[in-house]
Design a protein around this ligand. Sequence first.
Ligand code: ADP
Length: 889
Amino acid sequence: MGLVGYLSFKNGEKAVQNLAAQLINRTSSGVDRHLDSYLTIPHQINQINADAVRMGLLDTRDRETVGKYFWHQMQAYDMSYIGLDFATGGGAGATSYDGKTVTIDHSEIKTPSLEKNLTTYSTDNYGNRTKILATGTWDNLNEISYTEPVKAGKPIWTRIYTYYDPAYPPYIVASAGRPVYDINKKLLGVVGVDIHLLKLSEFLRTLDVSHYGQVFIMERDGMLVANSSQEQPFTIVNNEIKRLKATESFNPVVQGIAKQFQQSIPDLNSITNTQKLDIKYQGKKYYVHVTPWRDPYGLNWLVITSVRESTFMAQIDANTQTTILLCFAALVVAIGGGILTSRWIISPILRLNQASQAIAAGDLEQKINKSNIQEFNILARSFNQMAEQLRESFTALEQNNIELEKRVEERTAQLQQAKEVAEIANRTKSEFLANMNHELRTPLNGILGYAQILEHDRATTPKQMKGLGVIHQCGSHLLTLINDILDLSKLEVQKMELYPQDFHLENFLSSTVDMCRIKAEQKGVDFRYQPASNLPVAVHADDKRLRQVLLNLLSNAIKFTDVGSVSFRVESAGKSSEFGAAQRIRFKIKDTGIGIVSEKLSTIFLPFEQAGKGDRNSEGTGLGLAIGQQIILKMGSEIQVESVLGEGSTFWFEVDLLLALDWMREDAIADRKIIGYQGKRLKILVIDDRTENRLVIINMLEPLGFQVTEAENGQAGLDVAVQMLPDLIITDIHMPIMDGLEMTRCLRQLPDFATAPIIASPATLSQVDIKKSLDAGCNSFFPKPIEFTELLNLLQQHLELQWIYEEMEPDVIQITDSKSHEVSMVMPPAEELAALYTAAEGGFISDIHREADRLKQLAPEYIVFANRVLELSQNFDEEAIIRLIEPLL
Ligand code: ADP
């Protein structure tokens, strides 16, 4: 409706504009026509009169008749003046000053004697002069109404002429003049007609347009000629008529329009054809046409026709208001209707909505009632059906659920059972592995321990020494196998753990290298160990695992190389990118051996994978690289390999090793053989349920001068410890009656044992055990099988021992260690040596041995002496023994 209203408004506006344009056009042309016809009359009259004069029809000598003639003409034409000025001077004419009565003017030739040459007569109804009304002076030959037509030599408009006499209405006329010539072109005079311009204004006022606009005529200089408004186009100042410009008009609309259009067209002379303007004045719009009007006699005017838009638009505007009101009414009705309709439709939908929400919330007992909307009823029926089906499905589902739950419960129970079985199996497996580990390590502890003890025994002959070497080597190999299998089972359950500790890198590397060098030399393979000079002194890492990896890589390299060389390069690969106080170390093992086929390169790191063929493989298990790779992965890196078949292989890896900055110990125990220690005899208590384990330690330590006491379980250990107050305790963890940890806890309660060093030494190696032992109060953790040198290191650490080394040949001493202290041989007192002397004299070797051992037990400082005695007796050099002790006796 709004749109229709708008369109009809626009159409109306357009129609009005057309109509206005037409009206203006018509009005302008009406004005044109009127001006044409009205303003030709004076010239026609002049022509008639001129012809009458020239043809002699009018006797110019009879001025009275001439005046009467003009009087009659005045009756016929609505003019203000019709007359004749003679070339000889003087003239005659009829005038209507008030527009009603006609008077006759008669003027003689002006002479000095005749000052008042003009006489005005009133007339009767026949044009006869009745009486003199006024006399005056009129110098017609010098008036422009005469001079200008003569000058032009043709009919012209002379000027717009004004004359004011308060007795009469204002006289404002346009004067038409025409010179009259005889046949000889001699000027006879000038005929003239004045036409009153107020008549033009009156005409304009009669036009229709003047009711809803303004029409006015003006000269090109802007002077108003006539207008349709009630206000006159002139004003009277000091008894004189003053013409007004259109812009000064007393009619505000005329003035406003004139000003506005003069603003848009400042030069009025430039207007040659009709101009159409839309002018806004006082908030109202006017359609304005400016049309030029000319005549052949010199008039050049502008006719301005203006129409107020609102005159036409008023009705349309009123209509528009009505339309807007109707629109609003329609809107209100539509909204009301809409609300009512939507309520009518929505209320059943709301019911449906509530019902579906209830269903969604689980309340399936929903039914929708009928309403008076047919479409909704269809929907309601479907909904009810759906709800019904849902109820049925839910019931079925619930039953299914119950059944399913039952089945799940059954299955869960079965699974639980299976899980328990599996767990038991797994536990059994773990227990088995732990037991195996324990069981295998214990005898190995005996084997390896005694091999080491015997290796250190001076009485061992070189041949036995060789045999012991074989036992030691086989035992070690067996230990490696056990460790590998254990590692693998740990790998499978992802339980491989690292036990980092501080260690001296250079010593670590050189001892590792030493283990392999001999094998290489035996095979005739050149072995090159190239440690870089900028390696850190000590690092914090799991040295055993690192050694395991390096040994595997090195022994593989040696194993798979027959000619050429194996090189082992260790260098710094810069600062660690992850840890601050750490260094990245690159280990690179390169050989010139058989190489590996490229398709096998990726599989050799898998367990039980062996790339080569033949007898070489029989030496290995195919586990080494798999375990090594896992270890290095644990250390945050990876073993890489490059190999060319037939040319050789390179294995390398880089690991970030934390720097052990507070590394104080110099290399604890040099290569030299320890035979005792300085200071008082120290008491050591060994607690282990296995006799062989106890014996290993006793036999390792007693020859060095320690007083070792044993106990077979925690309880016994506790008792012995309280009695003897040992300086250090070495205890197994798992024992009957009371285990080592319990015993440690009890000991720590006693003031004597608050700080005494206790070393836990189980036959198993696990992080849990380490933690448990340290928590229970142990100072160190030292798993079996016992490694002799490491045990000594540990003792030195806890007891702050000063070792006494076996004296070596001077040159050997120089080569191996120039720094080591010269050990002076302390001789026992004479009374302790008597028995030894007797035995030596008698040549009783076993007595000599017994005495030497007794002396060792007596005080550690005699160990050097006792060992010297043993050495001499092994060479059956009793003479030398006697020479050694004789000076003291
Ligand atoms: P193994 O106990 O058999 O040595 P490893 O896991 O240490 O087990 O090695 C797996 C396989 O990788 C070896 O059997 C061998 O075929 C190959 N391999 C390892 N290192 C070398 C090497 N340096 N040169 C050639 N082959 C090698």
